[in-house]
Design a protein around this ligand. Structure first.
Ligand SMILES: Nc1nc2c(c(=O)[nH]1)N[C@H]1C(S)=C(S)[C@@H](COP(=O)(O)OP(=O)(O)OC[C@H]3O[C@@H](n4cnc5c(=O)[nH]c(N)nc54)[C@H](O)[C@@H]3O)O[C@H]1N2
Ligand SMILES: Nc1nc2c(c(=O)[nH]1)N[C@H]1C(S)=C(S)[C@@H](COP(=O)(O)OP(=O)(O)OC[C@H]3O[C@@H](n4cnc5c(=O)[nH]c(N)nc54)[C@H](O)[C@@H]3O)O[C@H]1N2
Ligand code: SF4
Ligand SMILES: [Mo]
Length: 736
C-alpha cells in the first residue's frame, strides 16, 4: 500500500542520532528518495549530517531484518526460523508470564536506546509499572539521563542553554562537529560569529579547542577537580552573584570550606594545566554576563561524575546564569503535550517493588530511591510528582542489573527485552553482560539489523524506522520544544513500531484497557488535546513549536528541591549516606605494565554509537576502527601509522588500526566506541567481530572505577598498554 501520491514532501524529525534534526523527506511513489535539511525555521534549520543523508539507504539495506525470527538452535547458534508476528507475540507473552510466575515481576528487565523517547514514548515503562517491574535500563545511564537526575538534586530540573543569546559557552570535552550533533555545532558557530566567547576543556586539541578563546588541556578524568578550582577562584575573587547566592543557595559556607582543600596549585597539579590559565578561564566564565555550560557526556562517564555534574550546576548558579537569559534555562513541562513521565505511570508501581530496583541499595542516585525526596518539591514547583527528564531519573543501575542476570544476586533477571539497543556493547563489562544474556530464559530484540546482542536472542523482531512511523518528539521531556514528524513511507516487509509492539504485549498480558489507542496517531491526538489540535493538524501547522521562554521562575515558586533552594550541600545525597559536598577522587592507578592511558569516545562521524556499519556509503569512509595517538606515544609503544594494534587493560583487549594524529596529547590513546562488522561471522565466539573490537570489554565495572553515587563506569582515563599485532582476520571487511 502506498501512503503517498507520486511525488510529495514530508516534514520529518531525524532519529538516526539523538539530537533530532528537522528534515524534509522527498517521496516518490511511496518511497523516500532523499532527505534534506529543513530551511527557514527560525530556531532549528539547515542541519543535517551524513548519517541523516544516508538514512534512506540504510533503511533499504539488504541487511535489514524484515520478518520476525525465532531461534531454533542453541542460544547464539545463528539458527532461525521465520514466524508470524502472532506466533512470536503469543509465545513471548506466555514465556514472560512463566518467568514472572516463577521469579516475580522484577525478573523482567528491559534495556532501551538513547533515542528511546522517539520510539516508545514511555509505553514500555507503563507496562512494566503495571506488571510490577522496576528494572529498566538505558544508554541514558551513561549519557544525559544521569545528568538530568543529578541536576534535579541541585535545583530541581535539568536546564538547557539559551543558545540564542548566550555570550560565553563552556565545553567540557563536548565537541560538536559538522557531522556530530550538527544543530549544536551550528548554534555554537553562530554565537561565536556574533562575538560569544568559547572556553574548551579537552586533553586533545579538538576541533572546538582550535576555535576556542581559552583551551585548557586537562588530564583525562579530572574535570571535577578543575571545576573545584574554578569555584574557588570565583568565590575568592568575589566574582559570584552575591544576591543570588545569599538568597537562593544553601550550604554556601560548607561548600566554601570544601573549596579550601582545592587551592589553585593543587588543581593545577591534578589537572596538568597552568594555574594562571585555569584562573583566567574561571574569570572569563564568571564575568561574561549570559554564559552557559551545555550538557556534555564527558562528565557523565567518569568515576567523579556525580561531583562533576553537581559542580557544573553550582557554577551556573553562583554566577547568576541559572534560569537567566543567555544562561542555562529551566524549561519545565511542555504544556502542549502530555509528558512521558505521566504516560509511564510511575505512581502505580508499589513502594515494595520500587525498593527492589537493582542497584538502589549501593548506587542509588538515579533510581527511585535516589530521587524519592524530590517527589514532593517537584509536585509543588512543576505540578507533577514524577519528572522523568531524559528518561534518566528512575532507572536501575546497569552493573547491578547485569550482575542479577549473571549471578541471580540479589535475585535473578530471567526475561530480557531489548528495544533498539545493543546492550552487549553499550554498557561496561561485556564479558559479564554476555554471561548474563547466556543465562536468560527469554531474550527479545526489536531491531533493524542482526547486532551482536540480537544474535543472542530467542526472538528478533523487525523494527520500523523514523521515516516509516509518525513521531511526536518532545525532546526527552526536558525542554518545551515539540516537533512532529510525519510518516513518510510504509515500512518494508513486516517491520513494526515499538509502540505497536508494546500495545500488542499489553493486550496479551491482560493490560489492554491501559493501552486504548488503536494507532500511534490516535495516541498523539490524545497527548496533544491541550492544544485543541489533532496530530495531523499539528503536523500541518508546525515543524517545531517553541513556546516563548520565561526566566527566573524560581522567584515565584522556589526550586524543586527539599529546601526550595539551590543545594550546594545536597540534602538528598546526605540522606542517602554520601558526601553531601562535591569532591575529587583520584582513580589513576600507576602500574608498570600499563604505561599509557586511554579514553573511549570521540565519536566517528560516520556512525551513531554501535550502529550504521552496514551502510556501504558510510563504511567506505571509515572501514576500520582506529586508535588515535600522537607520534611520541607511538614511538614509545613502537607502533606505526596504519599498523594493527591491541590495547590491553586489566580487563581485556580490543584491536584497531593505529592512526597517528598530532591533536592527541602525550601518553593518551583514543579507543573508538561500538565496533563490530555486520558482514562477519555471527554467533557464539565471533559475534560479528565484537569480541575483537568492542570497547565494552575494556570498560571496567568494578567498584574502584564506578562513580560512587550513580555507579556508572569511568570511560575517561584508564591505564592501558598498546602493542602491535599481526593483521587480524577481521581486517578489511566489505559491506555490499
Ligand atoms: N562501553 C561503552 N558504553 C557506552 C558508550 C561508550 O562509549 N562505551 N556510550 C554511551 C552513550 S554516549 C550512549 S548515547 C549510549 C547509546 O546507546 P544506544 O542508543 O542504545 O545505541 P546502540 O547501543 O548503538 O543501539 C542502538 C540500536 O538501535 C537500532 N535501531 C536504530 N534505529 C532503530 C529504530 O528505529 N527501531 C529499532 N527497533 N531499532 C533501531 C540500531 O540498529 C542499533 O543496534 O551508549 C552508552 N554506552
Ligand atoms: N557522528 C556521530 N555524532 C554523534 C554520535 C555518534 O555516535 N556519531 N553520538 C552522539 C552522542 S549520543 C553523544 S553522547 C555525543 C558525544 O560527542 P561529544 O560530546 O563531542 O564527545 P566525544 O566525541 O566522545 O568526545 C569529545 C571530546 O572529549 C575529549 N575528552 C576525552 N576525555 C576527556 C576528559 O576526561 N575530560 C574532558 N574535558 N574531555 C575529554 C576528547 O578528546 C574529545 O575531543 O555525540 C553525539 N554525536
Ligand atoms: S545530526 Fe545527523 S543523525 Fe543526528 S539528527 Fe541530525 S541529521 Fe540525524
Ligand atoms: Mo551519548
Amino acid at each position: 500500500m502506498k501512503t503517498s501520491s507520486p511525488r510529495e514532501e514530508k516534514s520529518v524529525v531525524c532519529s538516526s542520532c539523538d539530537i533530532h534534526c528537522l528534515l524534509t523527506a522527498e517521496v516518490v511513489e511511496g518511497q523516500v528518495v532523499k532527505v534534506r535539511a529543513l530551511e527557514g525555521n527560525p530556531v532549528y534549520h539547515g542541519n543535517i549530517c551524513m548519517k541523516g543523508i544516508y538514512a534512506p539507504k540504510g533503511f533499504a539495506s539488504p541487511k535489514r531484518i524484515q520478518y520476525p525470527l525465532k531461534r531454533i538452535g542453541e542460544r547464539g547458534s545463528g539458527q532461525w526460523e521465520r514466524v508470524t508476528w502472532d506466533e512470536a507475540l503469543d509465545d513471548i507473552a506466555k514465556r514472560l508470564q512463566a518467568v514472572v510466575a516463577e521469579h516475580g515481576p522484577e525478573a523482567f528487565g528491559v534495556s532501551t536506546s538513547q533515542w528511546n523517547t522517539s520510539v516508545d514514548h514511555g509505553l514500555g515503562r507503563r507496562l512494566m509499572n503495571l506488571m510490577g517491574s522496576p528494572n529498566w535500563i538505558s544508554g541514558v545511564a551513561l549519557c544525559a539521563g544521569n545528568t538530568a537526575a543529578i541536576n534535579r538534586m541541585v535545583y530541581g530540573w535539568y536546564p538547557l542553554p539559551d543558545f540564542f543569546t548566550t555570550q560565553c559557552i563552556v565545553l567540557f570535552g563536548h565537541n560538536p562537529r559538522r557531522h556530530s550533533w550538527t544543530p549544536i555545532y551550528n548554534m555554537i558557530r553562530g554565537r561565536q560569529a556574533q562575538g560569544a566567547k568559547l572556553i574548551v576543556l579537552d586533553p586533545r586539541k579538538s576541533e572546538s579547542a582550535e576555535r576556542a578563546d581559552i583551551w585548557l588541556p586537562l588530564r583525562a578524568g579530572t574535570d571535577a577537580a578543575m571545576m573545584l578550582g574554578w569555584c574557588k577562584v570565583i568565590f575568592d575573587e568575589e566574582l559570584y552573584d552575591k544576591k543570588f547566592v545569599e538568597k537562593w543557595c544553601v550550604g554556601v559556607d560548607e561548600f566554601r570550606q570544601r573549596l579550601e582543600e582545592y587551592p589553585l596549585e593543587r588543581v593545577a597539579e591534578i589537572t596538568g594545566c597552568d594555574a594562571q590559565q585555569i584562573a583566567a578561564a574561571a574569570r572569563l566564565y564568571a564575568t561574561t554576563p549570559a554564559a552557559c555550560i551545555p550538557w556534555t557526556p564527558i562528565t557523565d562517564q567518569q568515576a567523579n561524575s556525580t561531583s562533576a555534574i553537581r559542580l557544573q550546576c553550582t557554577l551556573r548558579a553562583i554566577t547568576g546564569n541559572l534560569d537567566a537569559p543567555g544562561g542555562d534555562v529551566l524549561h519545565g513541562y511542555n504544556v502542549d503535550v502530555i509528558p512521558e513521565s505521566d504516560i509511564e505511570i510511575h505512581g502505580v508501581l508499589s513502594d515494595a517493588q520500587k525498593a527492589k530496583q537493582l542497584g538502589s541499595d549501593t548506587h542509588p542516585a538515579f533510581t527511585y530511591r535516589g530521587q524519592a525526596k524530590l517527589k514532593e518539591p517537584t509536585k509543588k514547583v512543576w505540578g507533577r510528582e514524577y519528572a522523568n527528564l531524559v528518561t534518566g531519573c528512575y532507572m536501575a543501575n546497569p552493573t547491578a542489573f547485569f550482575r542479577a542476570m549473571e549471578e541471580g544476586d540479589p535475585y535473578p533477571i530471567k526475561a530480557f527485552f531489548i528495544l533498539g539497543n545493543n546492550p552487549l556493547m553499550s554498557y561496561a563489562n561485556m564479558q559479564r553482560i554476555y554471561a548474563g544474556m547466556m543465562n536468560q530464559d527469554l531474550i527479545v530484540a526489536v531491531e533493524h539489523v542482526m547486532t551482536p546482542s540480537a544474535q543472542l536472542a530467542d526472538y528478533v523482531l523487525p523494527g520500523d524506522s523514523w521515516l516509516e512511523r509518525p513521531n511526536l518528539c518532545e525532546t526527552y521531556g526536558w525542554t518545551r520544544w515539540s516537533m512532529p514528524s510525519e510518516k513518510a513511507m510504509e515500512p518494508p516487509g513486516e517491520c513494526k513500531s515499538v509502540f505497536w509492539f508494546w500495545c500488542e504485549m499489553a493486550k496479551r498480558l491482560g493490560y489492554e484497557e491501559h493501552f486504548p489507542w488503536d494507532s500511534q496517531e490516535a495516541f498523539y491526538d490524545w497527548r496533544l488535546e491541550a492544544t485543541g489540535k489533532t496530530f495531523a493538524e499539528f503536523c500541518k501547522s508546525y515543524t517545531m513549536r517553541y513556546p516563548i521562554l520565561d526566566y527566573r521562575k524560581y522567584e515565584k515558586t522556589g526550586f524543586a528541591t527539599p529546601s526550595g533552594k539551590v543545594e550546594l550541600y545536597s540534602s538528598v545525597l546526605d540522606e542517602l549516606g554520601f558526601d553531601p559536598l562535591p569532591y575529587y577522587r583520584e582513580i589513576d592507578i600507576e602500574q608498570e605494565e600499563f604505561p599509557l592511558q586511554m579514553f573511549m569516545g570521540l565519536r566517528d562521524n560516520e556512525y551513531f554509537q554501535t550502529g550504521h556499519r552496514h551502510i556501504p556509503e558510510l563504511r567506505k569512509r571509515r572501514p576500520e576502527p582506529e586508535f588515535f595517538l600522537n607520534a611520541k606515544t607511538a614511538a614509545i609503544a613502537n607502533v606505526e601509522h596504519g599498523a594493527w594494534a591491541k590495547i590491553t587493560t586489566k580487563d581485556g583487549s580490543v584491536q584497531a588500526q593505529v592512526h597517528i594524529r598530532e591533536d592527541m596529547p602525550n601518553g593518551l590513546v583514543r579507543v573508538p566506541h561500538g565496533w563490530w562488522k555486520p558482514e562477519m561471522e555471527q554467533g557464539l565466539g565471533k559475534l560479528s567481530g565484537a569480541w575483537a573490537m568492542a570497547d565494552a570489554q575494556i570498560t571496567p565495572d568494578d567498584e574502584h572505577y564506578l562513580d560512587r553515587e550513580q555507579g556508572i563506569p569511568h570511560l575517561k582515563g584508564i591505564p592501558c598498554r598498546l602493542e602491535v599485532i599481526a593483521t587480524p582476520e577481521h581486517a578489511g571487511g566489505d559491506i555490499k
